[in-house]
Design a protein around this ligand. Sequence first.
Ligand SMILES: Nc1ncnc2c1ncn2[C@@H]1O[C@H](COP(=O)(O)OP(=O)(O)OP(=O)(O)O)[C@@H](O)[C@H]1O
Ligand SMILES: [Mg+2]
Length: 425
Amino acid sequence: MVERPLEAPLKKGLGLTSTDQPVPLHLIDVPSDLDESRTSVGIGEMDRVLGGGLVPGALVLLSGEPGIGKSTLLLQLLSSLAHTSKSVLYISGEESLAQIKMRSERLGKTSRGLWLVCESDLDRILDIVREHAPSVLAIDSIQTMFCRDISSAPGSIAQVREATARVMQVAKTRGIATILVGHVTKEGSIAGPKVLEHLVDTVLYFEGDRSHTFRLLRTIKNRYGPTYEIGVFEMTDRGLREVPNPSEVFLSQRPGPVPGSVIVPCMEGTRPILVEIQALVSPSHLTMPRRTSTGIDSNRLALLIAVAERHLGLALYDRDIFINVVGGLKVSEPASELGVILAIVSSLREVPLDLDTAVFGEVGLTGEVRAVERAGLRLKEATRLGLKRCIIPWPGSDRLKVPDGLEPFPVKRINEAVALISGAQ
Ligand SMILES: Nc1ncnc2c1ncn2[C@@H]1O[C@H](COP(=O)(O)OP(=O)(O)OP(=O)(O)O)[C@@H](O)[C@H]1O
Ligand SMILES: [Mg+2]
């Protein structure tokens, strides 16, 4: 008898190629057919955030707060893909078949070609995927999946990381486009380790204000396209409806000319969207007056209030100031700053801006109005929605192509802009 120790099994990496021996390739010899194999998902707003469509083998993480509509969006997306004769496999670890059926009936989407499995054991799921060989796979949600050989509970860091890595291995080697639904924690970050975001190719974030029906789909990371695009949807009882003209919708409920309301053309990705910024300035009975903002960063608001006090000579120390961006939108662009200041002044002095006036410009600490990018596109959008005037930054305004029917008012400093709204109009 000869003693032979057992060979320890080789620890394998992710193994993203099907061959065991990787062969170096010249970069120029690598086939470049990714863009051609991109398929439209049949939902324009979704295609936009994906960078033109779904790429085979891509791993997409769709994340969002509970109840925001992730499963609804996923079902609409999968039904639409199944409609274009793709074979689609939908794995749900959260809902029963009957629940999904009920939702699909409510949405009016019952496509053939959409296969459902309710399962949370990942090894069983991967067996089904290998056998079924779908072209699109969706898992709702990655936090409910568990790998039998890992002892921690589903949703724990080890489980989520391992489950994603295993799904990725199968998806990449077989060219299956995969959509994972991910929960977010209370703080708003994607539950599970940050590594989840590193592993996948695309991270989409579905957000919206619970009290509004609008939902925004943002790209946080995309290996196959730009990350600045957003998709706009509206939640209805028949599911999510695309909003191809967000400006019209956001402005549709504008009251008449009232103090404190300003229209700002903001850029969201390559698309300009007109948003309404509202301010309410009222006498404060507190030693520390309230400064509350929804949709605008509160630090930025504090800074703009300081600039307005210093350079416009406003007494705001005994005023409560509330700022709101209508429709539950979040505006992070510096181009909105002049709009915020004018909204505050308009509310404080009770002078409304004309309904057909838009405003944009970045405000510096010394009270100057600075140029912003893509001013031409902003003006175009304002004209498209019937606005007639626009207060714009003076720097660069001489080179600007102003659309017909729109009168620009270039300003160098914030006090010039204030003089325009309280004097001439
Ligand atoms: N009958 C209905 N009419 C209108 N809206 C509905 C109806 N049923 C559900 N909704 C909307 O769909 C939302 C739930 O959608 P969905 O189940 O897709 O969310 P989710 O993000 O997948 O949630 P979870 O994180 O719990 O899985 C609800 O918050 C509600 O706004
Ligand atoms: Mg869900």
